[in-house]
Write a protein that binds this ligand. Structure first.
Ligand SMILES: NC(=O)c1ccc[n+]([C@@H]2O[C@H](COP(=O)([O-])OP(=O)(O)OC[C@H]3O[C@@H](n4cnc5c(N)ncnc54)[C@H](OP(=O)(O)O)[C@@H]3O)[C@@H](O)[C@H]2O)c1
Length: 217
């Protein structure tokens, strides 16, 4: 599959390496494909990954991952060209966060009656947006293993086919079948869940080794 990843941060780098290692063609989207940090990123992730403008990465791809900080998502999508997302599966890993005080967890900038996932779907009205990957730290996005146990990935989105594509990719990365919460409005619950993960991180000396699992009987 051709996968475009918008974002050169930890999430973009991690997912690019994970998808490329499984045989997908990956293009990382960035404002400056020639920047030294992008060259370093490409050296780290190895073969099968190239870099391009946000627009070319979106145009090239069948599936597009949004791995951009919440405040910058709209600008990145505008730079990428909204028309380049039409009909495509968009995996929104972003969280609408703002860091307000040094050493303190960030705050959500939208919630209760709206969410980052819904905003992404509104900005990309012809794309099939699925919220995914937003509730786990990047060190555990690929082949998560907690003493032999696996966490769960929750997703949501309006398009059933897009959620099937998302689920297939999530399972390829070593996760169990994802848990579908429903339409993209359920991002209102998944984004605060990311805040639970982040708050626990801050309360525990920035140890990243935690993730969510839904227990059933
Ligand atoms: N870090 C984690 O473990 C984790 C886990 C789950 C979800 N998330 C969420 O995933 C998203 C990505 O996080 P991250 O830490 O990997 O990356 P990040 O540092 O939040 O974002 C990096 C990307 O933002 C782009 N960017 C910065 N300013 C911009 C602007 N003004 N306009 C357009 N694009 C701009 C950068 O573009 P250039 O490449 O051009 O510099 C870069 O590609 C966030 O929403 C985060 O909350 C993070």
């Amino acid at each position: 599959m051709k996968i475009g990843i918008l974002g050169t941060g930890d999430v973009g780098r991690t997912l690019a390496g994970g998808f490329a290692a499984r045989g997908h063609g990956v293009v990382i989207g960035t404002r400056d494909p020639a920047a030294p940090k992008v060259r370093e990123l490409l050296e780290k992730v190895g073969a099968g990954v190239t870099a391009a403008s946000f627009g070319d990465a979106a145009r090239f791809s069948e599936v597009i991952v949004i791995a951009i900080g919440g405040d910058n998502v709209e600008n990145a999508l505008t730079l990428a060209g909204v028309e380049n997302f039409a009909g495509k599966v968009v995996l929104d890993a972003s969280n609408p966060l703002r860091f307000e005080a040094e050493g303190q967890p960030p705050v959500l900038t939208v919630g209760h009656t709206d969410s980052g996932g819904e905003r992404t779907q509104r900005w990309l009205p012809n794309a099939r947006v699925v919220k995914a990957f937003n509730i786990v730290g990047h060190p555990h996005m690929i082949e998560p293993d907690f003493n032999g146990d696996q966490p769960d990935m929750f997703i949501c989105g309006n398009d059933t086919g897009a959620k099937q594509v998302a689920d297939g990719l999530i399972r390829e990365l070593g996760w169990p079948a994802s848990i579908d919460l429903g339409d993209i409005g359920k991002s209102r619950y998944l984004e605060p869940l990311a805040m639970v993960w982040i708050t626990h991180l801050f309360n525990n000396g920035f140890n990243v080794n935690h993730a969510f699992k839904l227990l059933r009987k």
